[in-house]
Design a protein around this ligand. Structure first.
Ligand code: HEC
Ligand code: HEC
Ligand code: HEC
Ligand code: HEC
Ligand code: HEC
Ligand code: HEC
Ligand code: HEC
Ligand code: HEC
Length: 646
């Protein structure tokens, strides 16, 4: 299957990258040059000329794949937008050009070990020794061979140092948070309970990340802890979304065909175009990676492991895998097996009512949206993968803004289908038309998903209810913006505005702010969502910001690193605390000092009398916590261990 020219064992990415573009440009002009070019490529790739790394996964074309460089000459515009995207740089060999920060000379300590990185030519090596030991105690250097991510977080992978383990990767225990220019232990980049020191073990990249982080990956388990992993291309490239391009380029080398296609509206059956697909197929083209999925059975996973599968964009089903919705009844056997082998599978990924709560798995939300039933709803209603000439946005703005289509960060995203809502907007929302409380997204796609150390909008379109909060612990959209309000207040409005029957509520929910209660007594996942919302400008506008300080400062000492990070970022949005320095990765004692320091600053330099200091927000009129309420809710805190599997 593998090894259409150039031969797989020789097709290392570095070489392919530097040699292919010029050739493919010629290809467009001289069809016959193809065969000659291939011969040259094979010759250039002869063993001995450029050694193929044996200590990391490599690029090797298989099946019908030809690589993005091959598409460039005929589609330079599409190539340029893709090249700007974070998709392209998802998986890269580690070189001075690809690392997000210069690694040479970096020294870090964690869990009893000192790490030191040194550069030799264009390669980076890590050595470690017990903390406090002499320089001479540094062990054998291991090369940093591969990177994951380039937008929010960059992760570094090491060779294992054991030749027999081939292309298996080990983990460098720190990640680099790009926006903060900060190193953090990997465990502290996830929402997981304090305690474990490592998140990944040897081979996890080969066995797990490869499934969504490259184009057409083959994990290729050999034996023991040995993998021989390959991908048709690192990163998410053209053919991940358009299917293999071999036949397409062969046919289009004929200029007459090209002309003929234009006459027939340019539709080309040799390649998949998500834009021409119905909603379900287009969504699946993205959802093959952006979803929570499982294998049908062990045999399917073995096939996938060896050769990937036969699914290509445009098809209606993933061949070896299925998209797992907790509420579904499909695939009963695989479902039962999943529950048995991984009892936490659903709890780590979904809310109790089946709404997905981790990022990067948007298809699950889209599938469960009422809009999906119409057959036209897909990722492409709101996102575009190539801004076209009519879209004035710069590629950098586009990629940093979730690759949205023009105007689709506004109500337009919904009004494109729900046109009638335009005329009855304020009647429907009960907020002024310019208010943040009238934005469709804010009520129907609230920030109840977690990932990458922040809250993200849910991709399941739903309407706010009190029940989602009382029954499943998910803060509803109204209380995520009206942070100072009680649940009873929301229940009353939902009843009088939308006719939703109000359920019976506890005394606390009648008298005290829901958000203030949750950030103290909720579980870590809930605390994070509230901590994030406390830094959200629309919520500060609706609820006042003065009363938020004591809560956010208090949470700088949360046992969960992710929650501390969220609280710190939100605290920085408040007057007096912009750019406030605090290291969320420090030990408990230093966190406590940071809390004391921040309270001191707030109390003496920032605090002003405010009407938001009141019992409803759990505060005295001075702005201090009401001690009885603080004690009560901390006592009640839900210490359930939360692992969010993003
Ligand atoms: C089911 C598919 C899937 C699997 C498996 C998967 N990821 Fe991801 N990953 C994604 C998607 C989709 C995103 C984009 C999420 C977003 O932007 O919110 C992502 C984003 C990331 C990012 C952020 C990248 C950046 O540029 O900031 C990191 C880091 C990451 N994943 C690490 C991992 C690691 C490590 C593994 C393996 C242990 C893994 N992922 C497994 C789908 C997956
Ligand atoms: C992440 C998925 C994805 C990747 C990667 C991707 N595309 Fe696309 N492509 C799309 C989608 C979706 C459309 C539909 C229009 C849009 O969203 O901009 C599209 C449209 C196109 C079109 C039709 C013309 C147009 O602009 O509408 C061409 C040609 C194309 N892509 C070529 C490429 C090439 C060449 C690459 C790699 C260099 C590439 N695409 C990478 C998803 C992708
Ligand atoms: C030799 C030139 C050539 C190469 C190389 C080439 N294409 Fe095309 N492609 C065309 C032509 C011609 C069309 C027809 C319409 C047009 O001009 O856009 C087309 C159309 C497309 C479309 C739109 C199909 C439709 O029906 O909407 C996509 C998507 C696409 N190409 C992707 C790719 C990808 C991905 C690659 C690389 C694997 C690639 N192309 C390589 C010439 C080429
Ligand atoms: C082969 C797997 C794969 C496919 C197919 C895929 N994606 Fe992605 N997508 C990823 C991964 C992995 C990331 C994380 C990249 C990063 O941020 O570094 C990502 C990131 C994104 C991002 C956020 C980028 C950022 O960092 O902010 C958006 C938006 C997105 N994808 C949308 C889509 C859409 C829409 C489609 C279908 C047209 C699609 N993706 C197809 C794997 C995939
Ligand atoms: C591609 C078209 C499309 C888009 C875009 C779209 N919807 Fe829908 N939506 C539908 C269809 C079709 C239905 C199902 C109507 C039915 O069941 O009769 C629906 C149903 C709904 C429902 C449930 C209606 C009910 O009676 O319970 C809500 C709420 C909703 N949409 C809100 C939104 C919001 C908010 C957005 C934007 C974030 C949005 N939709 C975007 C097509 C769309
Ligand atoms: C109704 C519009 C809409 C649809 C449909 C939609 N998205 Fe999004 N998407 C958004 C908005 C809005 C954001 C920004 C979310 C935020 O700011 O938290 C976003 C953000 C994202 C992100 C980035 C998350 C992050 O890290 O911040 C990814 C990845 C993504 N969408 C993928 C998809 C995929 C894949 C699909 C289809 C399965 C899809 N989206 C469908 C509107 C939409
Ligand atoms: C994204 C933020 C946001 C969301 C979501 C939101 N609102 Fe509002 N709301 C506001 C803002 C801001 C105001 C202040 C006046 C204005 O600017 O419209 C307001 C004003 C109000 C008012 C009148 C003033 C007051 O405080 O008594 C009520 C009542 C209200 N909202 C109820 C709700 C309910 C119920 C929901 C959920 C169905 C909701 N809001 C969702 C932002 C929001
Ligand atoms: C202040 C919060 C809020 C905002 C903003 C909001 N909605 Fe709604 N919407 C609701 C609630 C609550 C319901 C559920 C009513 C019920 O219980 O049936 C709902 C129901 C709907 C429905 C189904 C029932 C119907 O009336 O047709 C659609 C469609 C819908 N919303 C679309 C939209 C669109 C489109 C926008 C933006 C233009 C929007 N909504 C803005 C709160 C809001």
């Amino acid at each position: 299957m593998e090894g259409v020219a150039p031969p797989p064992s020789n097709d290392d990415s570095t070489l392919a990258r530097t040699t292919k573009p010029s050739w493919s440009r010629r290809l467009a002009w001289i069809g016959l040059a193809w065969a000659a070019a291939m011969i040259v490529l094979i010759v250039l790739n002869q063993p001995g000329e450029t050694p193929v790394p044996g200590n990391r996964p490599i690029e090797a074309l298989a099946a019908d794949y030809v690589s993005s460089d091959t598409c460039r000459s005929c589609h330079p515009g599409n190539y340029a937008s893709w090249h700007a995207s974070f998709h392209r740089t998802m998986t890269q060999p580690a070189t001075p050009q690809t690392v997000a920060v210069e690694l040479d000379g970096v020294s870090l300590s964690y869990d009893g070990l000192d790490y030191r990185i040194d550069r030799r030519d264009d390669a980076y090596f890590v050595r470690s020794k017990p903390v406090g030991a002499a320089e001479s105690a540094f062990g054998k250097p291991l090369q940093i061979v591969q990177l994951t991510g380039s937008h929010n977080l960059q992760i570094f992978w090491l060779e294992t140092g054991d030749r027999r383990e081939g292309r298996t990767l080990g983990q460098f225990p720190f990640g680099y948070i790009l926006a903060e220019k900060k190193w953090a232990p990997m465990v502290q980049t996830f929402l997981v309970p304090p305690g474990p020191k490592a998140v990944y073990s040897k081979g996890d990249w080969n066995n797990g990340c490869i499934n969504c982080h490259v184009t057409h990956g083959r994990s290729t388990f050999v034996e023991g802890s040995t993998f021989d992993s390959k991908a048709s291309e690192f990163g998410i490239s053209c053919e991940a979304c358009h299917s293999g391009g071999r036949e397409h380029i062969e046919r289009n080398r004929n200029p007459i065909r090209r002309y003929a296609l234009h006459l027939f509206g340019g539709k080309d059956p040799t390649i998949a175009n998500p834009e021409r697909m119905d909603g379900p197929a287009a969504s699946l083209a993205c959802g093959q990676c952006h979803s929570i999925w499982a294998f049908h059975n062990a045999a399917a996973s073995v096939t996938w492991n060896k050769e990937n599968g036969t699914y290509r964009p445009g098809q209606k089903e993933l061949d070896l895998r299925w998209v797992v919705q907790p509420q579904g009844t499909d695939h009963p056997e695989a479902r039962a097996e999943l529950k048995e082998t991984d009892p936490h599978f659903f709890g780590d990924r979904f809310w109790g009512d089946g709404m997905v709560r981790v990022t990067g798995r948007e298809l699950n939300g889209v599938l469960a949206s009422p809009c999906y039933k119409g057959g036209h709803f897909s990722c492409l209603n709101c996102h575009e993968m190539h801004p076209d000439k009519t879209d004035p946005v710069t590629l950098d703005t586009w990629r940093r803004n979730d690759q949205m289509k023009p105007k689709m960060e506004s109500d337009q995203a919904c009004l494109q289908c729900h046109q009638d809502m335009k005329a009855r907007l304020t009647q429907h929302t009960h907020h002024a038309s310019s208010s943040e409380g009238s934005r469709c997204y804010n009520c129907h796609m609230p920030h109840t998903t977690y990932g990458l150390l922040r809250s993200i909008r849910s991709h399941q379109i739903s309407s706010p209810t009190v029940k989602e909060t009382t029954e499943h612990g998910r803060p509803n959209a109204c209380n995520l913006c009206h942070l100072d309000q009680t649940l009873a207040w929301t229940a009353e409005k939902l009843e009088s505005w939308y006719g939703q029957k109000s359920p019976g509520l506890s005394k606390e929910d009648q008298a005290l702010s829901l958000a203030a209660q949750i950030i103290l007594k909720g579980d870590a996942g809930q605390r994070m969502l509230i901590a994030w919302s406390m830094g959200w400008a629309p919520a500060q506008k609706a609820s006042g910001y003065e009363w938020l300080y004591p809560f956010l400062i208090f949470e700088l000492n949360d046992p969960y690193a992710a929650v501390r990070f969220g609280a710190w970022k939100s605290l920085q949005t408040l007057p007096g605390f912009s750019g406030y320095e605090y290291d969320y990765t420090q030990e408990d004692a230093q966190q406590k000092e940071a809390v004391a320091r921040a309270y001191q600053k707030w109390w003496t330099e920032v605090r002003k009398p405010s009407p938001t200091f009141r019992t409803q927000t759990l505060l005295e009129s001075t702005g201090m916590f009401r001690q009885d309420l603080l004690d009560r809710f901390l006592d009640q805190r839900n210490d359930r261990k939360i692992y969010l599997a993003e």
